[in-house]
Design a protein around this ligand. Structure first.
Ligand SMILES: [Zn+2]
Length: 477
């Protein structure tokens, strides 16, 4: 029997607001433990939360960008559970009245477009963090509450995803949208983006859903894909052997590449949700929503279409350039300087991205500005430097942050395009290499390449190769 998986994803996004969701504490990552706390986020008695308007603004943006309906009124609930990193004993979250609902986003797989429905977008606060001692003689666990009260959005998809690849694509597309909105740094290593998955399998064509498992603890998109692949195999093997899948929460073990049971349904929490009595209803003005809609950025799909049209770029180029907003911005900024757009795209998708990958940085932290790159490309185009020398100049720019013109003049890298200077070098090379010269004259084309190579060597790579070719040919015929 053939089985197909049914997958739904829950994504938590940490918002990059300056302050927390219900108090004025800073949300900066990496501060000393417990230095960014106050009575509100410590859950001390008698304090009252006050909702951060910026969080609602981010939630409206995200709801609109994922084609959700923004409700006129939503409320917060208390989700009760006990855990050492949750000082209040409950998390303020949204339950049956979230801010956004019934949306969708598109994914593209093997050239086919598919809509994945979004159930809801809601606001909530993050919990603190437990720090387990790495010293084997110290068995204590410490609590850092800097993260307690940092704003999160939870984005829940319908179970419309039918393969691990689709899940991966969905996450990439959603992350792109969130990055374009500039509401989160989407940094998975720092936990700004987290994903849980629900997965069940059923015989192909069957409408009734199978029993699902909830997967947690995956810290990369590839990790999600791998965990789902493993889980499909595990559930299939159970069913084939006539066993049952049980409803449970499973953790992805990155070291062993497998999921492991964490708790079964019997042990599942009863969160005893009830409306948060310390916060008023959130009434969202229509005009606010409309204004937000008008301020939304151009999203990846629209931008790809425009870049293709406006700059005449290929599908591949626009796909790579729009992977993140800043790279596309970099390209457009560079194109204000230099009008050979195809060449600019080649340099960015090739040389620039290679440096970023090598240095493990993103384009925001790249020390060659679009203006500087544009200038370098201009020097190639007007013949000041050869394409080959330009690669070296570029590496120098990456190391020193200097302008191309400065490097070229200081190192004397200006391309040799003076026929008078070149003619003596060419004559010398012809004289020193009678055999290749004869070979070329008797029809061996590749002998010319050898002679050009010798001239380039004599000029330390600075001779203008087109000019050398032309002059050499006219000398030899
Ligand atoms: Zn606080």
């Amino acid at each position: 029997m053939n089985y197909e998986p049914v997958i739904g994803l829950e994504v938590h996004v940490q918002l990059s607001t300056k302050s927390k969701i219900f108090c004025g504490c800073s949300t900066n990552f990496g501060a000393s433990p417990n230095t960014q706390t106050c009575p509100v986020c410590l859950g001390l008695p008698g304090v009252l939360p006050v909702l951060n308007k910026q969080v609602v603004q981010c939630a409206i943006k995200t709801a609109l960008a994922t084609n959700c309906t923004v409700v006129e009124k939503c409320i917060f609930h208390r989700k009760n559970y006990f855990y050492p990193d949750l000082p209040k004993g409950y998390q303020i979250s949204q339950y049956d009245m979230p801010l956004g609902e019934n949306g969708w986003i598109q994914i593209k797989l093997d050239g086919k477009v598919k809509k994945i429905r979004i159930t809801r977008v809601h606001m909530e606060e993050d919990a603190g963090k437990l720090i387990h001692s790495e010293n084997s003689e110290d068995s204590r666990t410490r609590v850092d509450l800097n993260r307690a009260g940092v704003p999160l959005l939870e984005i829940v998809s319908e179970p419309d995803i039918n393969s691990p690849e689709e899940a991966y694509n969905y996450l990439v597309s959603l992350k792109q949208i969130l990055e374009y909105l500039e509401i989160s740094d989407c940094n998975m290593e720092e936990g700004s983006l987290r994903c849980d998955a629900n997965i069940s399998i059923k015989p192909v064509g069957e409408t009734k859903l199978g029993i699902k498992a909830e997967l947690k603890n995956m810290n990369s998109f590839k990790g999600v894909q791998k965990a789902l692949e493993y889980e499909i195999m595990r559930q299939k093997n159970l069913l084939i052997k006539g066993n049952k899948v049980i409803q449970e929460t499973r953790l992805w073990n990155t070291d062993l590449n497998r999921t492991e049971s964490m708790r079964s349904k019997e042990e599942a929490h009863d969160y005893r949700y009830f409306p948060e009595p310390d916060l008023v209803n959130v009434i969202i003005d229509k005009e606010w929503v409309n204004k937000t809609r008008r301020s939304l950025p151009e999203f990846p799909r629209a931008r790809r279409d425009r870049l293709k049209k406006e700059y005449g770029l290929s599908d591949y180029d626009v796909e790579v350039l729009t992977m993140d907003k800043k790279t596309a911005d970099y390209f457009e900024e560079c194109s204000k300087q230099f009008s050979n757009f195809k060449m600019t795209a080649n340099w960015i998708t090739g040389d620039v991205l290679a440096v970023l990958k090598d240095k493990k940085i993103n384009i925001n932290n790249f020390n060659v500005s679009p203006k500087q790159l544009g200038e370098l490309l201009g020097l190639i185009e007007n013949g000041t430097v050869s394409g080959k020398i330009a690669k070296d100049v570029f590496q120098d720019m990456v190391c020193t942050g200097q302008d191309a013109k400065q490097i070229v003049s200081e190192k004397g890298l200006v391309q040799l395009s003076d026929e008078g200077e070149l003619v003596s070098i060419i004559d010398k090379v012809i004289q020193q290499n009678p055999k290749p010269v004869d070979d070329f004259r008797s029809g061996k084309q590749n002998a010319l390449g050898f002679l050009v190579g010798q001239i380039m060597r004599e000029t330390k790579g600075k001779a203008n190769p087109q000019l050398v070719n032309k002059m050499l040919k006219s000398k030899l015929f």
